[in-house]
Ligand binder design. Structure first.
Ligand SMILES: *Cc1c(COP(=O)(O)O)cnc(C)c1O
Length: 379
């Protein structure tokens, strides 16, 4: 029996191979590799897609977060409120700028940071709030955005897992990255819009000066080449990745729709096989569109289930096994076990099932049958 991977980029490449190859050859003919017209075209297309004024391409999703935090001029003592249940880069960008991450617990149904917990953590030192649209679903930013604006606290969205997700906010269908002052995106190959290497982008909803600042920060802080207004970093997107992204952006809506179909089919199969006492599927909040970067369930006896599936050729993953407030490198922040009970409970029972647009119905049936087999033996 063939193995079922947690994602398979080769199937996706097969669908767009001709278009991608043409785009790559076009760049090779120009021999222009760093920034330049291809990157500028992508930046315009992404700004139009997200309905924001500016986007700035950079070298990775991690760098997009670092650039956003640098642009806020964080100082030691400044606080940034974020979630402990996320990828490491969400928090390291804060500490790298010398500021202090302040964690707020997450919602057990959506896994996203809770609005009321964010508001409860605000102090006079709070400079920014950095919510993560985890696994492809936007946080209900309408619950916090006006309060943050009135206190002059920057809202920065970590959109690395949620390009194309949207939510009704202020009577508008708002895409992730268009609500806060900035949005941070990753084009890591397995993200919903991935390139063929590392890449990232900052979206800037409407502040022209801020966009210019980030453009400068990504080229060592130089406004004009060799004339440095401040000390930035080297974080550029390259033309080959931009050309690949321009092709893939044209397919993003369709691929996100296919992810939603895969998610819907998992739901049906869990119901059919009577698994809902053992598996809690992810919840899609009313008023928004989940784009299922990951399909993460909560599973009883998670570790045993994962091992059982692996033995039968089904690859699953755990995002994330240790919340960030309990990471060794952040011990100095003084958090302890029990501080964020929901994040800690999730770390013990979440399981990401295979999820990608090309996953076949018969593969999903096999995955869910194997899960049913496990609980029949281990109920
Ligand atoms: C992937 C990811 C990042 C970092 O992106 P890279 O391109 O891998 O640097 C940041 N935040 C979240 C939530 C992510 O999933």
């Amino acid at each position: 029996m063939t193995n079922i991977p947690s994602f398979d980029l080769t199937r996706n490449y097969a669908r767009v191979k001709e278009e991608i190859n043409v785009a790559v050859l076009r760049v090779l003919e120009t021999q222009h590799f760093i920034l330049g017209p291809e990157v500028e075209a992508l930046e315009r297309e992404l700004a139009a897609y997200l309905e924001v004024k500016n986007t700035v391409g950079c070298a990775s999703g991690t760098d997009s977060l670092v650039l956003a935090m640098m642009a806020l001029d964080l100082k030691p003592g400044d606080e940034v409120i974020t979630t402990p249940f996320t990828f490491f880069a969400t928090v390291s960008c804060i500490t790298r700028c010398g500021a202090t991450p302040v964690f707020a617990d997450v919602d057990p149904a959506t896994y996203n940071i809770k609005s009321e917990d964010i508001l409860a953590k605000i102090t006079p030192r709070t400079k920014a709030v950095l919510p993560v649209h985890l696994f492809g679903q936007m946080c209900p930013l309408e619950e916090i955005k006006d309060e943050l604006a009135s206190r002059n606290i920057a809202l920065v969205e970590d959109c690395a897992q949620a390009i194309g997700a949207h939510r009704m906010i202020d009577g508008r269908v708002a895409r992730s990255g268009s609500v806060g002052r900035m949005g941070c995106f990753s084009f890591f190959p397995t993200k919903n819009l991935g390139c063929y290497g590392d890449g990232g982008m900052v979206s800037i909803a409407d502040d022209e000066e801020l966009a210019q600042r980030i453009r400068r920060l990504r080229v060592h802080g130089a406004g004009t080449t060799y004339f440095h207004d401040e000390v930035g970093i080297n974080s550029r997107l390259d033309a080959l990745q931009a050309a690949i992204l321009r092709v893939r952006l044209r397919h993003l809506e369709g691929w996100n729709e296919e992810r939603r179909i895969v998610a819907g089919r998992y739901m049906l199969l869990f119901g059919e096989k009577g698994l809902l006492d053992f598996i809690k599927p992810p919840v899609e909040l009313a008023g928004g569109r989940h784009v299922y970067h990951q399909y993460v369930v909560r599973a009883k006896r998670r570790d045993e289930l994962q091992k059982y599936l692996a033995e039968r050729g089904v690859t699953t993953r755990v995002y994330y096994p240790l919340p960030l407030h309990l990471q060794h490198c952040f011990a100095y922040l003084g958090y302890k076990k029990g501080d964020f009970p929901t994040a800690e409970a999730l770390a013990d029972d979440v399981l990401a099932l295979p999820m990608f647009p090309e996953l076949l119905p018969e593969e999903q049936e096999r995955i869910v049958s194997e899960i049913a087999g496990f609980y029949a033996k281990n109920a």
